[in-house]
Ligand binder design. Structure first.
Ligand code: G6P
Ligand code: MN
Length: 406
């Protein structure tokens, strides 16, 4: 099996590699990156496991691929830092994937993802693409225009949420009724032996306060909502408290020391993970993108039937959205790919947000100056047309990758 990682010089690639070593079923690993120095730095910390090839030639990387993990970051962490900084200067939320910051990131990434998808369709038409690249829902939808059901988007946040809720309930395994868009989903039920256990959890203030989402949102708010939101809903429900933050700039400084050869990879990783613990979040290893990706890959490659929460085309799953909209829902996966399972309809407040944010995603995908302005202006977390205009102009000025919008 030939697995290609796009963004092969990325900081988290050794985590994927480590999972591949433990798994033992991938013979050939190709790391592609546009930056040869980053590629070499990452290559040098990989030990054992599959035969590793590195290349900066995308077409060469893709030829003969069985699976492609697309984990690129267009503009790098420096780009993420600009996304955040410009939004803050405008007094609006500038998170990596949410609000103005997420729009800028999407505008930068969509054309690159589209080009990759076209090349995969031409050079490796049988390959499956597992998209890690954020904003994951939007980027998966862009790629699906060329790859249809052969691209599947992943995220570790729904897995983490389900695992924490299961832990608070003291159960190991259940059917999770989760739905929405990437970083915009809600858990509406936890079913086991014909019973929904979620009402029991919602009624138990102590159990609710015992896990991350309970502490993040507060017991009273979860009880009022009657569902458990993905941690990213914090940016919508507590927008004022969530303003500020300079995670992109922090990670850029922190990781640069590794790429410059000053600090080893493991120390850098542990330092980064310590910031997760402080934020009371899962460690990267815990929920782990790499574990979701490997389970998905084996479900397809070896017909190991699995149920995973994934970003796939909606079909008729959520009635508020059209069939081609990429949604994040539980799916059964086997050698035929991922098929969404039925979920409960979203409550109106959630359906409304999903519809607004999907409209923004599509304006980003359209990729004209006019549609980009509209994306900023109609986003529920951008509160002024003047700010939207200025955000667009400033991002275009600051990001070389947005020259196509000037
Ligand atoms: C979670 C999300 C990812 C996101 C990451 C940010 O894992 O699911 O989509 O990129 O957090 O973490 P970072 O350490 O880069 O802020
Ligand atoms: Mn994610």
């Amino acid at each position: 099996m030939r697995l290609v990682i796009l963004g092969g010089g990325g900081f988290r690639v050794p985590l994927v590699h480590r999972a591949l070593v433990a798994d033992g079923r991938v013979a050939e690993l190709v790391l592609h990156d546009v930056d040869p120095a980053r590629l070499a730095a990452i290559r040098s910390v990989l030990r054992g496991g599959p035969r590793v090839e590195t290349t900066t030639d995308l077409d060469e990387a893709l030829r003969g691929a069985d699976f492609v993990f697309s984990a690129i970051r267009v503009g790098g962490l420096a780009g993420r830092a600009i996304d955040e900084e410009v939004a803050h200067q405008h007094g609006v939320l500038g998170q990596e994937t949410v609000g103005a910051g997420g729009i800028a990131y999407g505008l930068r990434t969509a054309p690159v993802a589209r080009d990759i998808a076209r090349r995969v369709a031409r050079l490796a038409p049988e390959a499956w693409v597992i998209n890690f690249t954020n904003p994951a829902g939007l980027i998966t939808e862009v790629m699906a225009e060329h790859l249809g059901p052969r691209v599947i988007g992943i995220c570790d946040s729904p897995v983490g949420l389900c695992r924490r809720v299961a832990g608070a309930l003291g159960v190991e395994d259940a059917r999770f009724d989760y739905a929405g868009l990437n970083h915009l989903g809600w858990l509406q039920g936890v079913h086991r032996d014909g019973e929904d256990l979620l009402p029991r959890l919602l009624a138990d203030a102590v159990a609710l306060g015992s896990f991350e989402e309970g502490r993040l949102f507060g017991v009273e708010w979860l009880q009022a909502l009657g569902v458990i939101p993905n941690e990213y809903l914090h940016y919508y429900y507590d927008t004022r408290d969530a303003l500020g933050g300079d995670r992109g700039a922090y990670l850029l400084r922190q990781q640069q020391r590794f790429y410059d050869g000053e600090v080893d990879w493991e120390t850098t990783r542990l330092e980064r993970e310590a910031t997760y613990m402080k934020q009371d979040r899962d460690t990267l290893e815990g929920g782990g993108y790499e574990h979701v990706a490997l389970r998905l890959m084996h479900a397809i490659a070896n017909n190991e039937r699995a149920t995973l929460i994934l970003n796939v085309r909606n079909g008729s799953t959520l009635s508020t959205l059209d069939a081609d909209a990429v949604v994040e829902v539980p799916c059964t996966v086997d050698s035929t790919g991922a098929t969404p399972l039925p979920v409960s309809p979203l409550p109106d407040h959630a359906a409304g947000l999903v519809l607004s944010v999907k409209a923004v995603d599509r304006l980003v995908m359209e990729g004209t100056r006019r549609s980009a302005l509209k994306a900023f202006a109609v986003h529920p977390l951008v509160d002024s047309l003047a700010a939207a205009r200025s955000l667009l102009d400033t991002y275009v000025r600051r990001h070389p990758g947005l020259a196509y919008l000037s």
